[in-house]
Each structure stands twice: as C-alpha cells, then as structure tokens.
Design a protein around this ligand. Structure first.
Ligand SMILES: Nc1ncnc2c1ncn2[C@@H]1O[C@H](COP(=O)(O)OP(=O)(O)OP(=O)(O)O)[C@@H](O)[C@H]1O
Length: 308
C-alpha cells in the first residue's frame, strides 16, 4: 500500500541561515502510530510544520494522500489535524465555538453531532459553554486536540503532547489516541520522552541535527532491548583485543580497563562460557564481571551520540 505521507529529500534553511532539515526522507504508513523522537532543536517541529503546510520547505517534496503539500494545499490540509505545542486561540471564546469554528476553517460543513462526540470523547462536554481562559492547562490541551479532530482528519499530528501534562491527563490522552487509531487515523507524535514512544508507537523514527538517524518497528527495537552486555573489568589494561579473541565481537572501554561483550539473551548460546575460558587461556586476569541490560534510552543515546 502507498504510504499516506511521503517525505523525500526534504531540506529547510531558515532566513537566519540555519539549516534545520538536511535531506530528510520518511514514509508514514496509513493507520500507524509513528513517534518522532529527538532532542531539543532536532527539527521535529520544523518537519511536521512543513508536512502540515505551515512552513515552506527549501527543497524536497512532501505528499499527503498522494497530494503535494504545496500545490494541493487545500486537499492535504483537509486531511490533517495538528495539535500544536501551545494554545493560541481566543481566550474569551467558548469551547464549543472554538472547536466548531475550527471545523469551518477546514472547509467542512457544520456537524454538531460530530463536535459533541469529540468533546465527549475528550471529557470536555461539561465545559462546552465555558470560555477558554476559565479552563485548566490540561483542559486547554484537550481543547487543542478537539480542534484538531473537529474536521475528521485522517492524519493527526501531536507536537509534544504530554510536555508539562500530569499523569492522569497523559493516560486519558493515550486512551484517546488508541481509540483514534482503532478508527483508522494515522498518528504522528513528536516527543523527547523515550518511554512515551515505547508505550504507544508502532514505529520509532529518531531525528537529530536535522537528519533522520533511524526508522524502525518498535518490536525490532524491543528485540535490541533484549540484548545484554557482559562487562569484564581487567586486572591489567589491554592496548587492543588479542587476536586469539578476534572471533568474539569485543570492545575495549575505559582506556583498556574494560572489555565489553554484547550478547542476545534469547539465543541458544550466549557465548559467555566460551569467552571466559578464552580469556583465561589468553592469560587475561579479571578484576570483576557484571552484566547490563540495554534500554531504548541507551540505543537512543548511542545513535544520537554517534551522529555528533
Ligand atoms: N523560524 C525560525 N528561524 C530560525 N531558526 C529556527 C526557526 N524555527 C526553528 N529554528 C531552529 O531550527 C532548529 C530546529 O527547530 P525545531 O523547532 O524544528 O526543533 P524541535 O526538534 O521541534 O525541538 P523541541 O524539542 O525543542 O521542540 C532549532 O535549532 C531552532 O532554533
């Protein structure tokens, strides 16, 4: 099936001369939840702003549902709902009017039944006649989601949805996201919380310095999570890994004081027994041994660090 969003060789240089995106290519599948993970300033907001038609690219191409985001702006914008980081709506407008107006802005005919459903789904129904400035921060965030869903988009972008949000709201937001996914909506969320990506995403893309470093199924990343590391502290530092141990994929750390061996806990043979025997045979004396489970956090730090 053709991807619902296709980004190819996208670049963005801001007027200041800063290059925020450097040849980004990414396909987003219909119906998936993709987490776009990256540190501050990585280019996440720039990327989704271009897909949503808010920021113009400097080069490259983006299609949404087969339409070009620049040439066919109306069609692509109608398919997309965007939940921005901050609320910029009129503080004196009511919840009902704000959300209904948003539907109209996207060229859709009024549909009070749909607006009612969206407000009920987001537990905002009893606040429908309140003006926005009377709402708590968490409720305002839910209004942002309601606005983004007002025109029944096929694709929903959530930019840092849980920054500064309490645990309860976070949970209820994930329930909403799950329901939307079940109804066939494609969801892209940006975050720098790794646990968040781990919890909810089907696929994870890591972006840093305006470049996509990795796009992978979460399940595949989880397999990497299943990997462990044997850390051998040496009595005497080694300058390099001896040739007799070259059949093992070993790394030296801490100026030769530590040997690192990565192994798969689910494999029939981890290779640990043979490795320890080989170390003894090579006359290498050990001071200590420990094992460590790698996490998505480690993988993230590793790939972002390696790219620097
Ligand atoms: N209008 C602009 N003019 C100049 N530089 C900009 C502009 N908007 C963003 N940038 C720069 O582009 C880079 C990427 O910004 P972007 O907002 O896309 O990052 P982000 O990954 O969303 O970060 P965060 O996690 O902090 O929201 C940053 O270095 C930022 O300073």
């Amino acid at each position: 099936m053709a991807p619902i969003v296709s980004v190819s060789n996208l670049s963005k240089t801001y007027a200041s001369g800063f290059q925020a995106l450097k040849g980004v290519s990414l396909d987003i599948e219909d119906g998936e939840i993709l987490a776009l993970l990256g540190p501050n300033g990585a280019g996440k907001t720039t990327l989704i702003s271009i897909i949503c038609g808010i920021v113009n690219p400097s080069g490259g191409k983006v299609t949404v549902g087969g339409y070009d985001v620049i040439r066919d702006f109306r069609q692509t914008r109608a398919m997309i709902g965007l939940v921005p980081q901050e609320l910029t709506t009129d503080a004196f407008e009511t919840v009902w009017n704000t959300v209904s107006f948003s539907r109209g802005l996207h060229g859709q005919k009024p549909d009070p039944a749909h607006i009612e459903k969206v407000l009920k789904d987001l537990s905002l129904w009893d606040k429908k006649d309140n003006v926005l400035r009377e709402l708590s921060g968490g409720m305002k965030r839910r209004v942002l989601i309601a606005k983004a869903l007002s025109h029944e988009p096929r694709i929903l972008f959530l930019d840092e949805p849980t920054a500064g949000v309490d645990v309860n709201l976070r949970k209820s937001m994930w329930e909403v996201v799950e329901r939307l996914r079940a109804s066939g909506v494609t969801i892209i969320l940006t975050t720098h919380y790794i646990e968040e990506a781990e919890e909810i995403a089907d696929r994870i893309a890591v972006i840093n310095g305006g470049e996509i470093l990795l796009v992978e199924d979460k399940a595949a990343l989880m397999t990497k999570l299943g990997r462990k590391q044997l850390r051998v502290e040496l009595a005497q530092p080694l300058e390099r890994v001896p040739d007799t141990l070259s059949s093992y994929d070993l790394r030296l750390e801490d100026e030769g004081h530590r040997l690192i061996y990565d192994y798969d806990t689910s494999a029939d043979r981890t290779g640990i027994t043979a490795l320890l025997a080989a170390l003894a045979e090579a006359g290498i004396r050990l001071r200590d041994i420990s094992t460590r489970q790698s996490s998505l956090e480690d993988i993230f730090v590793e790939i972002v660090g390696a790219a620097r």
